[in-house]
Ligand binder design. Sequence first.
Ligand SMILES: C[S@@+](CC[C@H](N)C(=O)[O-])C[C@H]1O[C@@H](n2cnc3c(N)ncnc32)[C@H](O)[C@@H]1O
Length: 264
Amino acid sequence: MKIDSVIQNMPYTYLCDDPFLQRLDTLGYARSNLTGVGIESASALVHDSPYLLSLTDQRIQLAAQAKGAGNPVVVDFSCGAIGFRGSQNVRQELLVKAVLGRDKRAAMSVLDMTGGLGRDSYILACAGCKVTTTERNPVVYLLLADGLYRASLDSELMSIVGNISLLFGDARLSAEKVCSYDAVYLDPMFPERSKSALVKKEMRVFRDVVGTDADVNELFTYALEVATKKVVVKRPRKSSYVMDKKPTYSVEGRSSRFDVYQRG
Ligand SMILES: C[S@@+](CC[C@H](N)C(=O)[O-])C[C@H]1O[C@@H](n2cnc3c(N)ncnc32)[C@H](O)[C@@H]1O
């Protein structure tokens, strides 16, 4: 299968001090995946480089260098909104309603083709799903791999993240190695997904790293082939259907919508 490269090269610097390199080793992550400029100490930081990737406070983070740019992007399942959501009744999550529906089987297998910062994979794992997550962007993959690693050392989170297998690369290639899934989930990047100021800051960084997922139609077509029960696509609430294909039904929230395509 030919997969066109749609990964955007964003300008970033990474601080390759010993702790950072050791963490890459621990994660089994090849440094050659990082296309940014490596520097050995923060004093060598080039100020026109908009983003710095580093190991800070034992967490790999991506920080925008501009003043007022907001918090660094980091994956941490132990705190913040995602930690809170995971500790609540996840059956009430729209994503879980869309993916599990009335199926109360605990071990539903899900392929999350668009891993991102892993929030949706985490919620699904909290709901008892076995999740295979793919992420093709090397920086986003690293942030997520690091978040999963730290969670795997946390006695309260280890059993949850034990249900998530993370694969690096395009979902269409990685998923082929793993056969079939009950459900396939897609949450691609679309232009201008939200107007909220809070989301905007984080999204701005994320968008610079990832760009938009221009090949969503191909991904959706592939998802329909590999899902045995359903494909679920997350969309902004008022937007059109992917490839204009009407879903079997949708689960709607205030800003997002989950379109469910029943397969079997
Ligand atoms: C909007 S984000 C997903 C956010 C995620 N649902 C979460 O909860 O954090 C989309 C992500 O999907 C990734 N992606 C898009 N197409 C992909 C593909 N074909 N294979 C692997 N990853 C893909 C992008 O690199 C990006 O990180």
